[in-house]
Design a protein around this ligand. Structure first.
Ligand SMILES: [Fe+2]
Length: 588
């Protein structure tokens, strides 16, 4: 049985292929279209999934969609009918009053004539976490801004399936509380939340009491926002003048300097979020009496809160879906469709890695590079030599683009589309920022460490393959490029089963330096999606100032770039990766 799962039309569209309960392929549309947070119908992602599965749309048994358009429209209409709703919001909603539009678009684009099944937004999140977890039974918490009506759900999963026992409904939303303050702090909603989290350790918890006036959260289900402080129901902006008056500071303007009070607000918000989530988690534990917890939804991207839940919460085991945001909803919807169509047959696809995206073999990359004029070192059949050479370069302070195998599904680069560097160097954060990432100086980079030796460097006793939790470094000063001001790091552990090439590189790096740890950040320029194809990687390599790039079995150093490639550097950055990509195709 083959099921395609789709999420689309809000942000981070994605598609996956599930065959007989096993995940065959998955990718976000943005990585193929090169448009960050692409929300359009994931036609390119769907085409990739069919190709990767060597199948066709005619051989698909069902298409599963991650949301109920009818319920979502019901909620949107209720918003539009509020007396205080803005004209612009009413207009936007009036442009899409057809709940059948999603199915019509699926059928028009794909030509699919079989069943199209719709599952609730939070049920899809819950399924994406539970069905792909290592647990036979578990409590499930989903938490985001909003789905159809639900903003947080409390559930339980076992061999009988998933039961969502209770929910918090819009407009009360833990996710929108965080997003509203993200907006107040001058960052984009649905994008800047991770920046707020990164800013928090620089602040003091001086706004905690003030923030607690914005909501009422008791034990159990209760969570109510005080609507005086929130304007998102009206549709013009997230927060009201009352919030500004209450906090006693003006909203920070985008790109303005981040003064101490905004850092304090970020810290206070992080504390408040963790307290709310811990309260809800304890309630869920009381209800389910389970030892295991699965989490998904955009709030589960908060690595610091996830770590706190593991450390201070009542559950013994935690699994956070590696793509907890809406792209991951495609996986959950597909799993639900498979489960219902196969009469409850158990899905057993615990995710040990997420290398589910497009890949290119060495011969394809060789033909891309052939005749390009680049000076290429060919390491085909010599992996040890390639890893030794790369490790030596990294140990001398060079920064690398690292492209290998299948692209990752989800928001993290986990060693196949990564920028790698020496985590021990005090200047490496500034170096990476100056040559490629250009992210805020307050945000540290993350490390990848050999799983077998992770506990020697970090306070860690579990594997963290998806880089979704932080932990403390034993000696943060030894790894200044990857530790935060509070000594924490957002760790990825890796073993040879998950990524043999990366483990080999770490092994060689340890031979050079004595430690099996590297800085690992996503291979992309600020504001652009993570690279997917070899051509994306080449473009990013040229436009950045990385010292060398490894494309599967080929190594190109900066001096090996032919002069005519530099044309790409003169293309304005703001025209977007796609335009550059179209422009450069003629050169290869
Ligand atoms: Fe969501």
């Amino acid at each position: 049985m083959q099921v395609l799962g789709i999420s689309a039309f809000y942000h981070d569209s994605a598609c996956c292929l599930l065959r007989d309960g096993k995940l065959v392929a998955a990718i976000e549309q943005e990585k193929l279209s090169r448009l960050k947070h692409d929300k359009s119908f994931p036609d390119l992602a769907l085409r990739f999934c069919l190709d990767a599965g060597r199948t066709s749309i005619e051989a698909i048994d069902a298409i599963a969609y991650y949301e109920r358009p009818d319920l979502k429209l019901e909620r949107q209409l209720s918003m539009a009918l509020q007396p205080e709703a803005s004209e612009s919001m009413r207009y936007a909603i009036s442009q899409n009053l057809d709940p059948d539009r999603v199915e019509a678009e699926i059928r028009t684009v794909t030509g699919f004539e079989g069943p199209v099944l719709f599952f609730g937004h939070h049920l899809s999140h819950a399924a994406s976490a539970f069905f792909f977890s290592p647990f036979d039974s578990a409590a499930i918490l989903t938490c985001d801004g909003v789905g159809e009506w639900a903003t947080t759900t409390f559930g339980y999963g076992d061999e009988a399936g998933i039961n969502l026992m209770a929910e918090i409904e819009f407009p009360d939303s833990i996710g929108l509380l965080y997003s509203t303050l993200t907006s107040f702090l001058g960052f984009s909603v649905n994008d800047g939340e991770s920046r707020v989290m990164g800013l928090a350790p620089y602040g003091r918890p001086t706004f905690v009491d003030a923030l607690k006036h914005l909501y009422r959260a008791g034990r159990g289900l209760s969570f109510r926002l005080d609507r005086r402080y929130f304007d998102y129901l009206e549709g013009e902006r997230m927060f009201s003048q009352s919030l500004t008056d209450h906090l006693g500071i003006p909203p920070r303007k985008r790109e303005a300097a981040i003064s101490q009070e905004y850092k304090d607000l970020a810290r206070s918000l992080q504390i408040v979020l963790e307290e709310i989530l811990l309260e809800k988690i304890r309630y869920l534990h009381d209800r389910t009496q389970s030892d295991s917890l699965c989490m998904a939804g955009g709030v589960a991207l908060n690595c610091v809160a996830n770590a706190r839940i593991r450390r201070d919460g009542p559950f013994k085991r935690l699994f956070v879906q590696p793509a907890p945001g809406d792209s991951g909803g495609a996986l959950g919807a597909a799993a639900l469709a498979y489960s219902s169509m196969s009469k409850g047959q158990k899905i057993k696809t615990p995710l040990s890695d997420v290398y589910l995206g497009p890949s290119w073999n060495s011969e394809e990359i060789a033909s891309l590079l052939e005749g390009s004029g680049a000076t290429v070192a060919d390491y085909r059949g010599r992996e040890e030599a390639l890893c030794r050479e790369a490790a030596q370069r990294l140990s001398k302070g060079e920064a690398a683009g690292w492209f290998f195998g299948a692209a990752e599904f989800g928001p993290r680069a986990l060693g196949n589309r990564s920028i790698l560097a020496d985590a021990r160097r005090p200047d490496m954060r500034d170096h990476i920022n100056s040559v490629v990432k250009k992210r805020e100086a307050f945000r540290p980079f993350a490390p990848v460490v050999a799983e077998s030796e992770a506990s020697e460097i970090f306070e860690i006793d579990v594997s963290l393959p998806f880089m979704l939790e932080t932990c403390q470094a034993h000696d943060p000063d030894s790894y200044p490029a990857i530790t935060h001001v509070d000594g924490s790091a957002r760790v990825q552990t890796v073993n040879a089963k998950q990524n043999p090439r990366l483990c080999r590189l770490l092994d060689h790096f340890k031979r050079e330096t004595g430690v099996p740890i590297l800085l690992n950040t996503s291979f992309n320029i600020k504001g652009e999606p993570i690279v997917c194809s070899p051509l994306d990687a080449i473009i990013c390599f040229i436009r950045s100032n990385l010292d060398f790039v490894v494309l599967q079995d080929f190594l190109i150093e900066r001096s090996g770039i032919p002069p005519h490639w530099m044309h790409i550097c003169s293309t304005p950055l703001n025209c977007g990766a796609k335009a550059v990509s179209d422009d450069i195709y003629a050169m290869f």
